[in-house]
Design a protein around this ligand. Structure first.
Ligand SMILES: NC(=O)c1ccc[n+]([C@@H]2O[C@H](COP(=O)([O-])OP(=O)(O)OC[C@H]3O[C@@H](n4cnc5c(N)ncnc54)[C@H](OP(=O)(O)O)[C@@H]3O)[C@@H](O)[C@H]2O)c1
Length: 336
């Protein structure tokens, strides 16, 4: 890989695309040249990058000549259609969609957990699902010390996880609600203001699990390289603009105490403990927004397991950053 690679961003006008630009800048990523790609709708618009005006181009199969690293966040369809062309042109693709995550030839990477898998890539590296990243960054160092055999996750997912249009819909529907005006949802399937609903991915009629839940289960097993870990997940959207939160309960093979968990997490990469019982101050999406750590708190014994093998905790992370753009840029840094 070149020292100053040419970087393409496919989906540059989206919620994740904007954070790609921010992360490249904040982390001083040595971009030789930036190619900004989006749909035909955005072609010809411009953006500013390091003092230069870059013209956004339509993403096509011909977009990748001379590109070394292609960061994709344009959705599963465009990834399936255009990532192979990027690889053919010689680029390494870091893909944010779910298109390739479960492909056995594609490493599914969270750098704090399995950076060593990056070298196995055959042109494409997948970024995991954002709910999976949020849970797994703090669970991994615990799992390594005392294998987690059972895991129950309940998510409280923000509008930002569904893209820029969903964030706007939350703002517009809240304003309409407060003004006593009717609002018809266009992006999400249910009224979002002052409401909570089951995640908007399709439900498998056989299992009753939705697509988001199924992704968290399958991706956890792949990233932990542990097929036997038993996982139950409930994914829900809450009317929060940005950053996902999750309630997590896990059961280990050996007994474990909350002090042991705190000690493990106190120097875990990508984790910040926010666990102030005196002031009732714990992880909140508003604090998680705009920063790269997974905030972890409410670390306590799970009282439903008197054997002392189980711990409950609450986490929050900015899924546009650690759940998407930041994780992908960390992977790109390791490619260098
Ligand atoms: N949001 C998250 O937290 C998150 C987390 C992890 C992964 N992801 C994944 O990242 C991807 C983008 O998510 P997002 O939240 O950024 O969505 P978004 O805000 O809706 O942005 C979508 C982006 O994709 C572009 N695009 C859409 N269709 C395209 C096409 N046919 N050809 C080229 N570009 C196209 C859009 O360009 P125009 O502006 O020109 O339409 C826009 O730049 C999705 O695959 C999503 O699953 C998102």
């Amino acid at each position: 890989m070149k020292k100053n690679p040419t970087v393409a961003i496919a989906g540059v006008t989206g919620a994740v695309g904007a954070e790609f630009i921010a992360c490249l800048n904040q982390r001083n990523f040595p971009v030789g040249k930036l190619k900004a790609l989006a749909s035909a709708r955005s072609a010809g618009k411009t953006l500013e990058f390091r003092g230069e005006t870059i013209v956004i181009e339509e993403l096509t199969e011909a977009s990748f000549e001379g590109v070394d690293i292609a960061l994709f966040s344009a959705g599963g369809g465009p990834s399936r259609k255009f990532a192979p062309a990027a690889v053919k042109a010689g680029a390494v693709v870091v893909d944010n969609s779910s298109a390739f995550r479960m492909d056995p030839n594609v490493p599914l990477v969270i750098p704090e957990i399995n950076a060593r898998r990056i070298k196995d890539h055959k042109g494409i590296i997948a970024n995991p699902n954002c709910s999976a990243i949020t849970a797994l960054v703090p669970l991994w160092p615990i799992h390594r010390k005392n294998r987690i055999r059972r895991l129950i996750i309940s998510t409280y997912q923000a509008a930002s996880g569904a893209g820029a249009a969903a964030m706007q819909e939350l703002v517009d529907s809240t304003r309409a609600h407060l003004n006593g005006k009717p609002f018809t949802p266009k992006v999400l399937p249910h009224p979002y203001a002052f409401n909570v609903f089951s995640h908007n991915t399709a439900i498998d009629p056989e299992t009753g699990y939705n697509g988001e839940e199924t992704k968290v289960i399958a991706e956890t097993k792949k990233i932990f390289e542990d097929d036997k870990i038993a996982i139950g997940v409930t994914c829900v959207r809450v009317p929060v603009l940005r950053a996902h939160s999750e309630s997590i309960v896990f059961e280990c093979e050996k007994p474990i105490t909350e002090d042991e968990v705190r000690a493990i997490l106190s120097d875990a990469p990508g984790v910040r403990i926010v666990d102030d019982r005196v002031n009732n101050y714990f992880p909140m999406p508003i604090d998680a927004s705009g920063q790269g750590d997974v905030l972890v708190g409410r670390i306590r014994k799970d009282l439903s397991d008197p054997s002392g093998h189980s711990i409950a905790m609450f986490v929050a992370a900015d899924q546009l950053l650690k759940g998407a753009a930041l994780n992908a840029v960390q992977i790109a840094e390791l490619l260098l």
